[in-house]
Ligand binder design. Structure first.
Ligand code: URA
Length: 214
């Protein structure tokens, strides 16, 4: 994990993540391969993002003697994918943290105002006592990410992280202005947004690539 030029943005620069990201950037990568690899990337990124999970001491018996060993201190987690592309990260993250809860948030962009409009929300009731990871592969304008984090904050979440695959500088700036307290974890910071809000060079439409809808 490495710092970036952007405040509170960590780059997951693990060679396996970088290699797999290059494979899914390729437009010739099939839907099946894309899905498999995004699951693997989610797992590898999750491993890095969760490195601050608290541990506690417990006493166990090895076949040879009694020892004090470390186990997870039972921090409650909640993964919040932004529909629809965010669900591409779910399998990998749940493999890593099978007991995590999952909250869903659906947002679409109003064609007139370009603001995100919420069309679906289902969250666990106890977000205030959970560590919340909001996930969306592409942090482009940042508007959806900002709205999703606004929402979980309104539901009393205080321990929040944002995870994406690729971020645009414009989105990182907007996100940090709105939520300076929320760290962003990304595998890449790409060059810029195009006129349609797509990240360059990017991966194209993440939802379409995951679900094979184009
Ligand atoms: N959403 C995507 O799926 N891709 C982009 O490049 C930007 C937003």
């Amino acid at each position: 994990m490495a710092k970036t030029a952007f405040p509170n943005v960590q780059l997951i620069d693990h060679p396996l993540v970088q290699h797999k990201l290059s494979i899914i950037r390729d437009k010739n990568t099939s839907t099946q391969e894309f899905r498999t690899i995004i699951r693997e990337i989610a797992l590898l990124m999750g491993y890095e993002i969760l490195r601050d999970l608290p541990l506690e001491d417990t006493t166990i018996e090895t076949p040879l003697e009694t020892m004090t060993a470390k186990t997870l201190a039972g921090k409650k987690l909640c993964i919040v994918p932004i529909l629809r592309a965010g669900t591409g990260f779910l399998d990998g993250l749940l493999q890593l943290m099978p007991a995590a809860r999952v909250g869903h948030i659906g947002l679409y962009r109003d064609p007139e105002t370009l603001s995100p409009v919420e069309y679906y929300l289902k969250m666990p009731e106890d977000l205030d006592s959970r560590s919340v990871i909001v996930v969306d592969p592409m942090l482009a304008t940042g508007y959806s990410a900002i709205a999703a984090v606004d929402r979980v904050k309104n539901l009393d979440a205080t321990d929040i992280k944002f995870m994406c695959l690729i971020a645009a500088p414009e989105g990182l700036k907007a996100f940090h202005e709105a939520h300076p307290d929320v760290p962003v974890y990304t595998a890449a910071v790409d060059r810029e947004l195009n006129d349609h809000g797509y990240i360059l060079p990017g991966i194209g439409d993440a939802g379409d690539r995951i679900f094979g809808t184009k």
